[in-house]
Each structure stands twice: as C-alpha cells, then as structure tokens.
Write a protein that binds this ligand. Structure first.
Ligand code: SR1
Ligand code: MG
Length: 399
C-alpha cells in the first residue's frame, strides 16, 4: 500500500513518470475524500505535481470488513483512456497505469475544484454541466455499435464487465434505500418521510423497473458514477481558463447511457435543494435549469456525430428520435432513484448532510418528493414542467 513515505520511491521506480516531477524536496499529501481509494498529491518545489491513485482491497469508507476487487483501478484506467480518445479535454488525463500495484498516475488537476465543493460554497454553476452532456454523447457515440459496429460493441461490452462495482450500485441505489438495511440512515427528524416511502409499493415497483434497466440495457461504456463529486471545474464560463473534467470512472461498464445523465441530474437536484433550503431561491432555480442545458448539449453533440455512424442504412433518423426519447425517459427515472438514495443510503452527499436541522428537513423533503415524482411521472412532461414542479415545491416547503 502506498504511503506518504513510499511515494517518492514509487515514482522513482516508474520510467513513465521520470521527468514529470523533481523528487528533491517533493512533498506528498493523501487527499482521498472519495469512498473507495487512496489518492496522493505529490508536489515538487517548483509546483509541478503528480497524482497517484491506488485502489485498496476493500472499500475505504467501510474498511477491510467490505472487501473489494483492486481491479477497479484497471477499469478506471481503461475507461479514462477510452474517454480521453473521444473527448480529450473533458476527462482527467491518464499518465500511466501500473496493473501490478493497481496505481494510476493522473493529470495534475489541483488547480481545479471538485464541483460538489464548488457548488456547496456557492460558487458559479454557469456552463458547468453542458460539457458533461457533450462527454456523455461522445461516449455513447464512440463506444456503442454506432461506431464499433455490433461485433466490436459486444466484444467491448464483454471485456469491460464490472460485476463488483455494479453490485455496489445495485444495492446502494436500487435496493437498500427501499427495502432497508444496516447501511441506511437518516436524521430522526425525517424518519416519517422514509417509512412512508417503504410502504409505497408504487414507488418501490418503479425503482425495480429502473433496476431492471440498469441490469439489462447495454448501450455504451458509461462512467457509472457521474455525480458532482466525480467532476472537476476551474474558472468561470466564458473565460479562457474555464475547464470542466470528469474523473473517477472506476464504475465504468456497458450500461444504459441515461444512468450517467440521471446521476448527474440527481446530484444537480441535491445542489439545488441545498440552495433552496438556505433560502437562495433564485440560485436554486437556476441550478435546476442546468438539467435542461446538459440535455441540450448532449442532444446537440449526438445529432452532430450522427451522420458519421456506421450502417446509416439501418439506423435511420427516426431511430435516433426514438432512442433519444428512451434515453430521456431513463435519465429522469435514474435521477429519481439517485435523489432518494443520496438522502437515505450509505453514500450520502455533503450538499444535504452539512445543512442545519431546519434546512436539512427542507432539503430532504424536496429530494424525496421529486425523487418519487421524477421516477413515476415521466410521460409527456417538458423540462419546463419539471422546473415548475421544483419551484412550486420549494415555495411550499418554505411557507
Ligand atoms: C461504497 S462506495 C459508495 C458510493 O461511492 C461511489 O462514489 C458511488 O457513488 C457509490 O455508490
Ligand atoms: Mg467515486
């Protein structure tokens, strides 16, 4: 296992990293704040940095009591390199992967900030989510049969099976919040919201329908965990230094593309619910409006790649329209599941958890009410409808 004391020796032993950092006077800091891995920032006296990320044989959040494949680092390395080829500026660069030690060396993005932290402190969200829409579209086009043809697609899907990480999502997103388990928890003040959900069979049945989609739809090499904690941003939209990049793709597998969009939207809702609970209504509405913007960026990118697809004689423009409708439907469904699990399940979000008691109750009510509604009432609604529903709900819980 890497430690602060051993990282210099490790870098020295890796020819691919030679010259990327000066080991004389280098400092190393462990900064992993995710749920799974160790992350070291190694910085030399001139300010250059190398990021090392190592998967452990267990889930960091829980410890050795929850063993986990270290191969997940290989899944991340593979998906990062695929994404890097499809959308080079929209993902964290991979310098090298050491499969013997499960260590990735990653691009230095220490001048970026994790988007969840940026939003929690009230930083700007303008333009932050459109790049993720573009990335999702590039991944859909580039890793599906639209580019790879059917045989290539199936081979890739087979080679990237990610059973253990998918099981985490199956349990933490689709099962435990609704059917109970020791890893769930909420503050006592919202106990009644949760117990009424558990007896709501319409709700739990709809969740199981999304779990079926998660288990059975293979469309593209999706990121699998594309929330605001898996995104970095730097600078302000419209300025030269503005940059948004996804990282942390160890959950990647061939799944429904709407899962990536849905996780993003569920976490935009968390940020918006936080803002609303803090009385920042305008900011909350403007955050929710980012959902449509991310979708439009996705749609525009997919439409622009569409003429370059394989077998255009088979995949007509009408086919694209119906596929887009299915993806949109999936996206809202997965977003609804993500909203609820981020309140109840093991992997909570700081957007909600760092709120004071009154604000927490407010935000949880918004998340849970919309989590249910987004999941259950998807048919024939416009983005404007969803937005209005959010605004009305915020007004109701503020009254
Ligand atoms: C035990 S891992 C829990 C969560 O962290 C990851 O970021 C995923 O969101 C997962 O559900
Ligand atoms: Mg993660």
């Amino acid at each position: 296992m890497l430690t602060r004391e051993t990282v210099a020796q490790y870098i020295l032993s890796r020819p691919a990293l030679a010259g990327s950092i000066d080991l004389e006077g280098m400092t190393a800091e462990e900064v992993g704040d995710g749920n799974l891995n160790l992350v070291f920032i190694c910085r030399d006296t001139s300010g250059r940095a190398v990021i090392l990320k190592q998967s452990l044989p267990y889930v960091r959040l829980v410890g050795p009591a929850w063993p986990m494949t270290e191969d997940r680092a290989g899944r991340e390395a593979h998906s990062l390199s695929v994404y890097g080829g499809l959308a080079p500026n929209l993902v964290c660069g991979l310098l090298e992967y050491n499969e013997d030690c499960h260590i990735l060396a990653l691009e230095d993005l220490t001048d970026h900030e994790v988007v969840r932290s940026r939003l929690n402190r009230g930083g700007s969200h303008a333009g932050i989510f459109q790049p993720m829409g573009v990335l999702i579209a590039r991944v859909l086009f580039g890793t599906s049969w639209l580019s790879l043809k059917e045989e290539g697609f199936r081979l890739q899907a087979g080679a990237t099976v990610n059973t253990e990480l998918c099981l985490i999502s199956e349990e933490l997103i689709f099962t435990e919040p609704y059917f109970g388990g020791p890893r769930n928890s909420v503050r006592p003040s919202v106990d009644s919201v949760i117990s009424s959900m558990r007896t709501d069979e319409t709700w739990t049945t709809a969740v199981m329908r999304m779990k079926r989609r998660f288990l059975s739809v293979q469309e593209a090499l999706i990121h699998g965990d594309l929330h605001t904690g898996s995104m970095f941003a730097r600078g302000e939209s419209g300025h030269e230094e503005f940059s948004v990049k996804a990282f942390d793709s160890e959950f990647a597998f061939y799944g429904p593309i709407g899962f990536d969009m849905g996780l993003l939207w569920g976490n935009i809702l968390a940020a918006a619910s936080r803002a609303a609970a803090l009385g920042e209504t305008e900011r909350a509405n403007s955050l929710v409006a980012e959902i449509e913007k991310s979708w439009l960026a996705f749609e525009q990118q997919l439409r622009s790649d569409w003429p370059n697809r394989q077998k255009p004689e088979e995949y007509s423009d009408d086919f694209l329209e119906s596929w887009l409708a299915d993806i949109l439907d999936d996206s809202w469904g997965f977003a609804g599941c993500e909203a609820a699990r981020r309140v109840i399940g093991l992997a909570k979000v700081s957007d909600i958890e760092t709120l004071g008691e009154t604000e927490y109750v407010h935000a949880v009510n918004v998340m849970m009410t919309l989590g249910r509604s987004w999941l259950l009432s998807r048919s024939g609604r416009s983005f404007e409808d969803y937005h209005q529903e959010f605004s009305q709900l915020v007004d109701k819980f503020s009254a």
